[in-house]
Design a protein around this ligand. Sequence first.
Ligand SMILES: O=P(O)(O)OC[C@H]1O[C@H](OP(=O)(O)OP(=O)(O)O)[C@H](O)[C@@H]1O
Ligand SMILES: Nc1ncnc2[nH]cnc12
Length: 181
Amino acid sequence: MKSSLEETLLSAIRTIPDYPRPGILFRDITTLLGNARAFRRAVDELVHPYAGAKIDKIAGIEARGFILGGAVAHQLSSGFVPIRKKGKLPHETVRVAYSLEYGLDEMEMHVDAVAAGEKVILVDDLIATGGTAEGAVRLLRQMGAQVVAACFVIDLPDLGGRARLEAMGVEVRTLIAFEGD
Ligand SMILES: O=P(O)(O)OC[C@H]1O[C@H](OP(=O)(O)OP(=O)(O)O)[C@H](O)[C@@H]1O
Ligand SMILES: Nc1ncnc2[nH]cnc12
């Protein structure tokens, strides 16, 4: 049986078939973001395990990870680190190539965005293959950050992202899953 949290979040997410490519079931969180109760519950649940912990920074992955990560950073009184698609950050960066469910890209982070030893939580809306999150963890670790956890609203477990991150020694937290994607 689904919890009320799962019901609230699952019913607030819209599914668009064949976007951005044929065969992809796109899990659209814009409907969740526009639903005040669902948005608050999602952010509260992401924050809950870390209330009272000293987390130096939340790293959010462009673009959807900025919305959730910014809200989480505010609630935990942490700094925020934007991890962006290549060419968007103005200062010196570290860069990594990655693949995701429907493409290939490169992402960057400022070299001074985290200090060695800082405790960082990675936040994004969704984990599918885990390629995007793996790239972000690599950038954070390259600069010496301690990645305490990676947190997502949505897991697509059939695509293996959680297992991929756990194999890197990253604790993964997700709120709901869509199976069969
Ligand atoms: O686990 P993966 O297979 O790597 O896929 C997950 C990533 O895909 C989506 O981002 P997208 O690149 O579509 O960017 P957007 O947030 O700018 O729409 C999503 O927000 C994750 O970052
Ligand atoms: N199926 C999906 N829906 C929304 N965002 C995604 N990112 C990767 N796969 C996705």
